[in-house]
Design a protein around this ligand. Structure first.
Ligand code: C2O
Ligand code: CU
Ligand code: CU
Length: 492
């Protein structure tokens, strides 16, 4: 299909399934020039060892003309990319310049509970938080985002999220592109909903929020100039609930080089990659042929089965914005200039050790959607969700684990798939869907895994966390987390 028909077709679908009028933001976007891919500011803290962040109010015009009220770190919407060196300390000074409390969590950093930024560490309006982050983990793409119970979904949706990269200075030896904005692109993928004037719209609770427009670094279906080389894409699903199925419309392969918590030994080619909220995946893509290509996503199928829909038919009207078919996410336009890498490396990192087979403990977690019968919608509290039959309770520590041990965690989901995330650890996926050996996305070290049925993971506890500042585990569909699908544990 040629580019123009592809574009018109998918935009027409998006418009029809959402707002249904001619004055939709989609129509606006089709009528005007598409934006270029915004490149977030890179703050390299390798030299200074200092990181100053301000959680602030902003205004962002997503579509020409009408600004939306947003939140961001150091900017109107989203935040900078922080790049830190393995082995260094980063002294953070985070000022909360908002009129609401904000906790800020370093998702993917292996730091003790007292620096982790979970809901127990909310910063009051006007307050400052000064954790020191001792970076002692392999290179990876982590991120930071609001984690203020029970307002995480709203605050992240409004823009409180940024990226945190860990670098060890050895990417040249590995043959990996690493020049930010030249051949190394960080892509924060989020879905958002807009009113007919192009302003950010509201959210849902039960399925988690689903938007009708996909943004990359805050721009709707942007264009990115590429070198005629091998480039690195660091993909982060920063959406509240949407699961992406990403592929190139010309079927060019994506060569996976890293999962959430670091590199894999060799690149592995994939045609399509699934990315759940909270997950990161890094890929190499070869634009040496000089041809334009588009990254697209298939529909999110995480809407529950017929039983789910029947049970919650009253909720359907809240979730009308399902994107059907392929939706374009980002288009790539290679020029004539080359960057430094034009061949895929054969080896990136050491072989992964075999997953552990001996465990200090086994624990079961069931991700429960409707505690106490039917969900209440419209009421102030919204639905109540939980883990092992219990909604999150700030006062009740759910689990106690021992520093230096590895445990076997078995996580079960029902009705929907849930991306399960654990703070302060990395883990290996032993089996993803009901005993099956892990799919490509789940190989290597991770901190978030999409649970579809029953998943089993081997979790390493290398960071301490006490009662005052425990680690969290939760569903990364942010509406589920806010509704109580979260627990916390100490490591001592
Ligand atoms: Cu990315 Cu507890 O979160
Ligand atoms: Cu986390
Ligand atoms: Cu969930």
């Amino acid at each position: 299909m040629d580019r123009r028909r592809f574009l018109q077709g998918s935009l027409a679908t998006a418009a029809a399934t959402t707002l249904g009028t001619a004055a939709t933001p989609s129509a606006l976007a089709a009528a005007t020039d598409r934006p270029s891919l915004p490149l977030p500011n890179l703050i390299d803290v390798g030299q200074s060892g200092r990181l100053d962040l301000v959680a602030q109010h902003g205004n962002q015009s997503f579509f020409s003309g009408n600004p939306s009220a947003t939140l961001g770190y150091n900017q109107d919407y989203l935040g900078p990319i922080v790049r830190a060196r393995r082995g260094q300390d980063v002294a953070v000074r985070l000022l909360n310049d908002l009129q609401q409390p904000v906790a800020t969590h370093w998702h993917g950093l292996l730091v003790p509970g007292n620096a982790d930024g979970g809901p127990h560490q909310a910063i009051r309006p006007g307050g400052v938080w000064e954790p020191v982050l001792s970076i002692d983990q392999p290179p990876s793409t982590a991120w930071f985002h609001a984690h203020t119970h029970p307002h995480t979904a709203r605050q992240v949706y409004a823009g409180l999220a940024g990226v945190f990269q860990i670098d060890d200075g050895r990417d040249d030896e590995r043959g990996l592109p690493h020049q930010h904005g030249v051949d190394d692109f960080t892509l924060v993928i989020q879905d958002r909903r807009f009113d007919p004037l192009g302003r950010l719209g509201m959210m849902d609770r039960m399925h988690g929020f689903q938007g009708d427009h996909i943004l990359v670094n805050g721009a709707h279906y942007p264009r990115a100039r590429m070198p005629r080389s091998v480039v690195r894409l660091r993909l982060l699903n920063g959406s509240n609930a949407r699961i992406y199925h990403l592929r190139f419309d010309d079927d060019r392969p994506m060569h996976v080089i890293a999962s959430d918590s670091g590199y894999r030994p060799q690149p592995v080619a994939a045609d399509e990659l699934r990315l759940a909220p909270g997950e990161r995946i890094e890929v190499l893509v070869d634009f040496g042929d000089g041809h334009d290509a588009r990254l697209v996503t298939g529909p999110d199928q995480n809407q529950g089965g017929p039983g789910m829909m029947g049970m919650m038919s009253s909720l359907r009207s809240f979730t009308t914005s399902v994107l059907e078919g392929d939706t374009p996410v980002l288009s790539f336009h290679p020029g004539s200039r080359k960057a430094t890498v034009d061949q895929l490396p054969e080896t990136i990192d050491d072989e992964l050790p075999a997953p552990p087979t001996e465990f200090a403990q086994r624990r079961h977690f069931s991700l429960d959607m409707m505690l106490g019968g039917m969900p209440m919608m419209g009421g102030r509290g919204g639905p109540t969700m939980g883990i092992n039959g219990r909604p999150f309770d700030m006062q009740h520590i759910n689990e106690q684990t021992s520093l230096g041990t590895t445990e076997h965690w078995i996580i079960e989901s029902n009705m929907l798939m849930h991306p399960f995330h654990i703070h302060g650890v990395r883990f290996r996926v032993l089996a993803d869907e009901n005993g099956r050996s892990p799919r490509l996305e789940n190989q290597g070290y991770k901190d978030t895994v999409l649970v579809d049925g029953r998943a089993e993971i081997a979790v390493e506890f290398t960071q301490p966390a006490d009662r005052e500042t425990p680690f969290m585990y939760h569903c990364h569909i942010l509406e589920h987390e806010d509704a109580g699908m979260m627990g916390h544990f100490i490591v001592s």
